[in-house]
Design a protein around this ligand. Sequence first.
Ligand code: FPP
Length: 269
Amino acid sequence: MTVLEARNLPRHVAIIMDGNGRWAELQGRPRTAGHRAGSDAVRRIVRLARRLGVEQLTLYAFSEQNWGRPQDEVEALMALLHEFLLSEREEILSNAIHLRAVGSVERLPQPVREVLEPLSQRSAPGARMVLSLALSYGGREEIAAAARTLARKVARGQLSPEDVTEELLAAHIPSVAYGEPDLIIRTGGEFRISNFLLWGSAYAELFFSPTLWPDFAAEDLFQAISAYQRRERRFGLVPSVASNGHGAHANGSSALVETQACPTSPSDS
Ligand code: FPP
């Protein structure tokens, strides 16, 4: 069992959910079966993160580049997303989870947007956890879009080039709006960022798990958080200057989180 410190939980965890295809292949099943099992893993990990007191969870569910996959796989992923939004709607609302999407949402099929957009609005007030789904998302694409917006303002004379600071550019990057991730986990044994949260990952701690996403369980998340808790975050400073004010936060009064008391199945929650 992995033991976590309650005082030093990452506020914002982001996950590159990789390995659905290989999981299916290992079982001699179609890739879509891996995505369905991956969707079940999403349900488990959202529930667990909420119970742990993670303030933000950002999941890389579909990249801009994923549109280039075979049409039947894209359609299956969109159908799973639609099903997920419908089946989790009540739980999201009753557990004070604010669901939002980052990415080119306008590219998503109409039925998905018809569920996503109202749920995103309804779930916002009083949220205790923000669940961001990166959908039709690309890190380079959103930085380029932010640069275009600012360039238009400069061209119109509304802004001078000197006004284009790091802060102003960041303010135009949707995935940064709610804060940068403290911990980025990639599952499936690959060691890449794959165009995910390129701006926000500047000082994130990275954790690479060999576990294929459909098998990613509570213990895998605990291991990632435990590794995060053993890191020293310096943000380019020296230890005496870098305060622990970035990222870490207290969750409750106990010094340790009882990881065994964090069930993830629907019947336990
Ligand atoms: C990467 O695995 C995963 C994806 C491209 C899609 C992620 C989708 C889900 C987890 C399920 C649906 C999402 C929600 C929010 C309900 P891969 O297919 O590239 O795996 P591989 O590297 O083994 O081929």
